[in-house]
Write a protein that binds this ligand. Sequence first.
Ligand code: AMP
Ligand code: FE
Ligand code: FE
Ligand code: ZN
Length: 279
Amino acid sequence: MFADLHMHTTFSDGTFSPEEMAQAAQRHQLACVALTDHDTIAGCARMAAECARLGIEFVNATELTAEIDGVEVHILGYFIDLVDGHFLANLVKFQHARQQRIHEMAAALQRHGVPLQAEAVFAIAKCESPGRPHVARALVQAGLCRTMDEAFERYLKKHRPAWVPKFKISAFDAIELIHHAGGVAVIAHPALNKCDDIIPPLVEAGIDGIECFHTRHSTAASEHYMLMAEQLGLAITGGSDCHGMNKGKPLMGGIKLPVSHVRQLEARARAIREKALAA
Ligand code: AMP
Ligand code: FE
Ligand code: FE
Ligand code: ZN
């Protein structure tokens, strides 16, 4: 009985629809999945329905981009209440910032002599949470780059001509927003963000877990964060960060988190809700 708690669909920068993602989970014999689209929970209802049809447990979630002291950290929120108005209003703010950033990236490309219109990016993204992968796809489709990798290397990576910093909320606010929506907050792929120094203040702020297992975590990194989670009394999570096809096959299946960890995460969510009711 295994879970994968990190994946993105067409509702953000993935290429599978929520139904296709659920079907991929079935092929990989996963017992439980969470949809963690960037800055949106709009795909959750559809994926929940398909998972129910397939007999797979589904967890509502999202991935927020946050920071402390200039250090970027991605915060996953699990067991989010899908109708929490305050949470939804904040997601809309983050989505607008993403859309504004697409306009800024297109303008930067144009200044650099690359004739890409923001509208071409929106036409490809067809979602409220567009990101750099959509700009890369638009560059490829317009024949301005051969591959997405080339688009990132030439234009979109940090400090390249069309790189525009992303709007980030404070990690403290991210944790509070997630808790307010009945969810649990988890540090995503810490090895990728090299954010160990900010883990103590995150613990102080009530972070609930660490994503110990991730496609791009080495075995040593996973063990390092498992030990840290145990020492700090935090939940252990893991996920593939599947965005659809990657070099011919999806990343899904690469991470197999025992579902017992999902039960512990769920118990924490229940405790947060009970505490909110008692307050
Ligand atoms: P953004 O949220 O707009 O900054 O874009 C970040 C996303 O870009 C991440 O989800 C990555 O999956 C993706 N990404 C980063 N580097 C590359 C790359 N070289 N090729 C394809 N996708 C990338
Ligand atoms: Fe992504
Ligand atoms: Fe991330
Ligand atoms: Zn992700």
